[in-house]
Design a protein around this ligand. Structure first.
Ligand SMILES: NC(=O)c1ccc[n+]([C@@H]2O[C@H](COP(=O)([O-])OP(=O)(O)OC[C@H]3O[C@@H](n4cnc5c(N)ncnc54)[C@H](O)[C@@H]3O)[C@@H](O)[C@H]2O)c1
Length: 257
């Protein structure tokens, strides 16, 4: 063995979008436990929940900054990154976690619904990464993780627009890794299976959903926010220093058949 493997993020400052709730909150707390100061970036309407996440980060002895962010507006993204740099002097990693879904058959979607989902899940990821990467390039490097989904690689009824955006942000990891790699910025994606969060409450309270989907997961259980944290934390850590442009599925094998 020539070097020690590190899964730590000590001394780093990282932004998690959509960190007020669900998977994003777990990521903020778990990345703080790994040693990072955390910027909790979420919609202004989520300010109270964001402060709860911030309290959890501080309980790990790390600094927390709550910034209002609407990922669909580039001016809002620029303001959030500027606030981060004012407070912490740097931005070492970004987790593009904010996402939304509207479930319905393809024949029923409206243009407004396409715009809403694509603005958050796709445009938001592109421009958050672009603005963050400018700062990372200026300071000598950084790391980005896009929250994709198992639906980036397989189809499921009533989730067509969502799945298309998730395939796109998985591919975005490749396109960004190619261009930003020389500036020491890594970009990867994580693809979780179904996880119980505010986004999926209606699914997890449906016996029909559970009976249809649980047997499809060879590992025999749905995902947890901690499962997602494990993958994100790994990809951001020095242990993953040569992993770039990849989609890491956290799906218990859902997509293997
Ligand atoms: N829950 C699952 O089963 C599952 C599975 C695979 C992938 N994902 C992905 O994980 C991510 C988190 O999902 P979750 O289940 O925790 O959802 P959630 O609804 O619980 O949390 C999403 C967060 O994003 C924020 N957000 C929404 N629009 C925003 C915007 N325009 N700007 C800034 N923040 C915004 C919300 O306020 C919320 O805090 C999403 O990208 C989702 O697609 C979830």
């Amino acid at each position: 063995m020539t070097e020690t493997v590190s899964y730590r993020l000590d001394g780093q400052a990282g932004m998690v979008t959509g960190a007020a709730n669900g998977i994003g909150r777990e990521l903020a707390l778990g990345l703080a436990e790994a040693g990072a100061d955390i910027i909790i970036a979420d919609l202004p309407t989520q300010a109270e929940a964001a402060e709860e996440t911030a309290a959890g980060v501080r309980a790990h002895g790390r600094r927390a900054l709550v910034v209002p962010l609407d990922v669909t507006e580039v001016t809002s993204i620029e303001a959030a990154v500027a606030a981060t740099v004012r407070e912490f002097g740097r931005l070492d990693f970004l987790v593009n976690n904010a996402g939304i879904n509207i479930r319905k058959p393809i024949l029923d979607y409206t243009e407004a619904e396409w715009d809403a989902i694509a603005s958050v899940n796709l445009k938001g990821v592109f421009f958050c990464t672009q603005v963050a990467a400018r700062q990372m390039a200026a300071q000598g490097g950084g790391s980005v993780v896009n929250m994709a989904s198992q639906l980036a690689v397989v189809a499921l009824h009533d989730r067509s627009i969502y799945a298309i955006t998730k395939a796109a942000v998985a591919h975005m990891a490749k396109t960004f890794a190619l261009e930003l790699g020389p500036q020491h910025i890594r970009v990867n994606a994580v693809g979780p299976t179904f996880v119980s969060t505010p986004m999926t409450t209606s699914m997890f309270t449906s016996q029909e959903f559970i009976e249809q989907n649980l047997p499809r997961i060879p590992s025999g259980r749905f995902g947890t926010t901690t499962d997602v944290l494990g993958a994100v934390r790994f990809l951001l850590s020095p242990a993953a220093d040569l992993i770039n442009g990849q989609l890491l599925l956290v799906d218990g094998g859902y997509t293997i058949w």
